[in-house]
Design a protein around this ligand. Structure first.
Ligand code: SAM
Length: 230
């Protein structure tokens, strides 16, 4: 594994206990009432779109983290398989979600692949951490793990300085970002931002016909289905 992908894993293990401060807009992520409210509104819009999908049998969640989305997916699916490389993240997720319907797997998503096919695959704030040279292989794997007509739902970040911590370096064009923890430790990670058409085309290449949308400021999200082309 490349050094940066190891650092990325180590970063999320080290960040696990403070991770939800980002989603809750607390501490270094508190950007003031107005921007925080906008973040909440846009998050709710994406949650509402997710819950418009039909009920699912078996959902695969990739890079499940602390369970911000796992707790939504248990309302939608009969059973969830949730994968993450970080034991710390998985422990927080399990304590938060507390559901017998979730099976947890600790694995590296750059090598892990299930033989099984799922009714739906979800990943939140993960695709942006996949380096460009691994993107198509990752998405091919996703498509292989989806049943024909299976659903894909994903959410990720738009490039917006107000989305990140106040002491975070400016978000420039480089896919390598330096991230800082509350205690000042620094890690280098991958963060790639997508635009609507680019993401739609990457998904189409693996036979996922997706509707890609942007919220006003913070998020890009996509939902679609695997199509079988003749
Ligand atoms: C930005 S967080 C997203 C967490 C969650 N999906 C959410 O939306 O809050 C990225 C997640 O990817 C996990 N991760 C990082 N590298 C990984 C890898 N190589 N394989 C599997 N998971 C990885 C981290 O542990 C972390 O939980």
């Amino acid at each position: 594994m490349s050094d940066i992908l190891e650092q990325q894993q180590a970063y999320y293990c080290a960040r696990s206990a403070e991770y939800d401060q980002w989603w809750e807009r607390q501490g270094r992520y508190d950007q003031g009432t107005e921007r925080n409210q906008q973040w909440q509104i846009e998050g709710q819009l994406v949650r509402d779109t997710l819950h418009q999908l039909p009920a699912q049998n078996h959902i695969l969640e990739l890079a499940c983290g602390t369970g911000i989305w796992t707790k939504e997916l248990v309302k939608l699916g009969q059973s969830i398989t949730a994968v993450d490389a970080s034991a710390e993240m998985l422990a927080i997720n399990q304590a938060k979600v507390q559901s017998d319907h979730v099976t947890y797997i600790q694995a590296d998503l750059f090598t892990w692949q299930s033989e099984q096919q799922f009714d739906m695959i979800f990943f939140g704030f993960w695709l942006s951490h996949v380096p460009s040279n691994k993107l198509q292989a990752f998405l091919q794997g996703v498509s292989q793990m989806l049943k024909p007509n299976g659903y894909l739902f994903m959410i990720d970040s738009q490039r917006n300085q107000m989305a990140t911590a106040k002491n975070q370096n400016m978000l420039d064009e480089s896919p390598i970002h330096t991230r800082i923890l509350n205690d000042g430790r620094e890690f280098q990670i991958i963060k790639v931002f997508y635009d609507r058409d680019g993401l739609q085309s990457e998904l189409a290449q693996v036979n996922i016909d997706a509707d890609v949308r942007l919220t006003n400021e913070f998020f890009i999200y996509a939902h679609g289905q695997k199509v079988i082309r003749s």
